[in-house]
Design a protein around this ligand. Structure first.
Ligand code: GLN
Length: 284
């Protein structure tokens, strides 16, 4: 007979052998989901015989196998928290990062009620939908090049009961040229070729390359986006982008060359450059 504690500990051992960085924590999350058990219930029942259905037995094995292959916990469980909201995630979207909350907070500070907001490269929709939940927006539009991402973002909007539209487009290509937004936010792919080699297997082998890599120097999407964004901003509107911690100077320069003023670089909680923001004036 196998007890709860034995079952969980076998799982921890399997993850440990596979080199998973936090085997105890991950095994617990998977265990809790698979057996639908809270921490308190576990402590009460740990030495009792585990009552498992055939489905749970199989699911537990599957979970451990997937995590041993370094699939991110979030893809296995299917969700990630961001800004206090729960988002569905799957291998077609990036897992929302805590760093990106800096971008959302900065956007909240420039947004006025009724503003129209565009989120370029929306992925799971985590940025746009957090904003839509926290501010009364006039319009919330998310753009992505991936149909699967658009579908995931739509599902998240529905689940969170947020009012948002999604457009399948390579940056601004399919957008209505008459549209103007007070705020454009974006967390585009920005990892460089050099950084690619240092990624953890969870990221390199499981997250979508399409959402990660920004060309040799990581700046490909900033170049294209910052050149065009002004055509979709109102006079005095804001552009806010997340950046890699070594990209502030280059991205700031692109803002300067394309009509932006009051350019700011904002640091994350680790003190690293994380967001560039500016106000657009067409100079007409
Ligand atoms: N906007 C999404 C996020 O921040 C996706 C970003 C991306 O695909 N690069 O998670």
């Amino acid at each position: 007979m196998e007890t709860y504690v034995q079952k969980l500990h076998k799982g921890i051992e399997i993850l440990k052998k596979a080199g998973v960085p936090e085997p105890e924590l991950d095994a617990w999350y998977l265990f809790s989901e698979c057996f639908q058990i809270t921490r308190a219930e576990y402590f009460l029942k740990q030495t009792e015989k585990i009552e498992e259905t055939d489905v749970q037995k199989k699911t537990w094995e599957q979970y451990l196998k997937r995590r041993s292959e370094r699939e991110p916990l979030q893809y296995i469980l299917g969700t990630q928290e961001f800004m206090g909201f729960s988002f569905f995630v799957n291998p077609s979207v990036l897992i929302p990062r805590q760093d990106t909350e800096i971008l959302v907070e900065k956007a909240l500070s420039v947004l006025n009620p009724g503003d129209r907001v565009l989120d370029m490269c929306t992925g799971s929709g985590c940025i746009l939908l957090s904003l839509a939940k926290m501010k009364k927006l006039g319009r919330a539009v998310g753009v992505d090049i991936s149909p699967e991402a658009i579908q995931t973002a739509g599902k998240n909007a529905e689940y969170l009961q947020a009012d948002a539209e999604f457009i399948l487009s390579d940056l601004f290509d399919q957008m209505d040229r008459r549209d103007r937004f007070q705020v454009i936010v974006s967390n585009p792919p920005y990892i460089t070729e050099e950084e690619r080699k240092e990624l953890m297997p969870e990221v390199a082998e499981h997250e979508p390359g399409l959402a990660l890599f920004g060309g040799e120097d990581g700046l490909y999407f900033y170049r294209r986006m910052i050149r065009e964004a002004g055509n979709f901003l109102t006079e005095g509107g804001s552009l806010l982008v997340e950046i890699g911690c070594r990209q502030a100077e280059a991205v700031q320069k692109m803002f300067q060359e394309n009509g932006y003023e009051k350019i700011e670089v904002i640091q994350d909680l680790a003190g690293l450059d994380r967001v560039v923001a500016g106000t657009y004036f067409s100079g007409r």
